[in-house]
Ligand binder design. Structure first.
Ligand SMILES: [Cu+2]
Length: 314
């Protein structure tokens, strides 16, 4: 009897050793490493008016890889909610008010619209807009790296459908819990540094060349613009038929023709860093080909604020 037990014991130990050795050798397997790397990126997918991603992530630097597999342009804005509020409160107390206000604006009833926005709950002003991925055209992918403070977030997109309904109302809102446990990720090494502020607009601090680029976006300040949102950075490729006046006007959601599908012709949105508080820095990547581009904020009168900056890649 003892012998059998001992046999099982030694077999058990051997099995344990084999498992440990296999586990150790797996760690050196490049495939395994790739798997780990893949896990370190937060994949976000839109198919039809949705955000598909995991519910919980770690705090610290996180890279969001956003695949827009739909037929509309979208962005990801990360709204950090105040303590005790969640997505249900947003759906009940915030989104209907924006939709009501928008419908009044569309009818030309600006005063009534302002009255409607006045019904926003006090906690709305406590939401911290914490970055995210800038506008991404249909069929494109974009990556942004953001420092995530622990807390409760709602991802949202407020581009409008052709009938004026916000994507958020159609389902483009998703809760995301960021836990205390933090990543060990470090921010990427930038190739192009950009500063943005209400006072000076967009300042590109390095020359931009063709090829893969890592943009670093530093928010020197943050202000609320005429359309009630802060400034952000979006990278846009211009085709020959692109009209900059049209693009500038389109980047204002308060305009009945702004931030609505279809996007202006000849512009391809390649991501960016959504608005975040003063002092913060975010990153985004893009593969640049020779041609014309602009960096633009999603605010009214971007040009006169120096928030529409043309870039030519030789
Ligand atoms: Cu959208």
């Amino acid at each position: 009897m003892h012998k059998i037990v001992n046999h099982f014991r030694s077999t058990g130990i051997v099995l344990l050793l084999v498992t440990l050795i296999t586990a150790a050798s797996c760690k050196e397997d490049p495939k395994e490493e790739q798997e780990v790397k893949k896990e370190e990126v937060i994949e976000v997918l839109t198919e039809v008016m949705d955000f598909q991603l995991k519910d919980t992530i770690r705090s610290g630097w996180q890279t969001f890889r956003y695949t827009n597999a739909s037929n509309e342009p979208h962005f990801i804005l990360l709204d950090k909610y105040p303590e005790g509020k969640n997505i249900k409160d947003g759906e009940k107390d915030v989104m209907p008010i924006f939709q009501e206000g928008m419908e009044l604006i569309n009818k030309g009833e600006m005063d009534k619209a302002m009255e409607a926005f006045g019904k926003l709950p006090p906690w709305f002003s406590e939401i911290v807009f914490s970055g995210g991925v800038g506008l991404v055209s249909a069929g494109k992918m974009a990556e942004s790296t953001i420092y995530m403070e622990p807390g409760y977030y709602v991802l949202e997109c407020y581009v409008k459908m052709p009938n004026g309904v916000f994507h958020g109302v159609m389902g483009m809102v998703k809760e995301l819990v960021v836990v205390q446990d933090t990543t060990t990720h470090t921010p990427p090494e930038p190739t192009v540094r950009i500063a943005i502020s209400g006072a000076e607009g967009i300042q590109v601090q390095d020359s931009i060349k063709a090829g893969p680029q890592v943009f670093q976006v530093t928010y020197k300040d943050q202000v609320t613009h005429e359309n009630f949102v802060g400034h952000d950075i979006n990278l846009v490729r211009l085709e020959e038929n692109a009209d900059l006046d049209q693009l500038e006007a389109w980047m204002n959601w308060v305009d009945p023709k702004g931030l609505i599908s279809p996007a202006p012709e000849g512009v391809v949105f390649l991501g960016g860093v959504n608005d975040m508080p003063a002092g913060r820095t975010g990153y985004f990547t893009a593969e640049l080909e020779p041609g014309s581009y602009v960096l633009i904020s999603e605010v009214p009168n971007a040009r006169e604020k120096n928030m529409l900056v043309p870039i030519t890649i030789p």
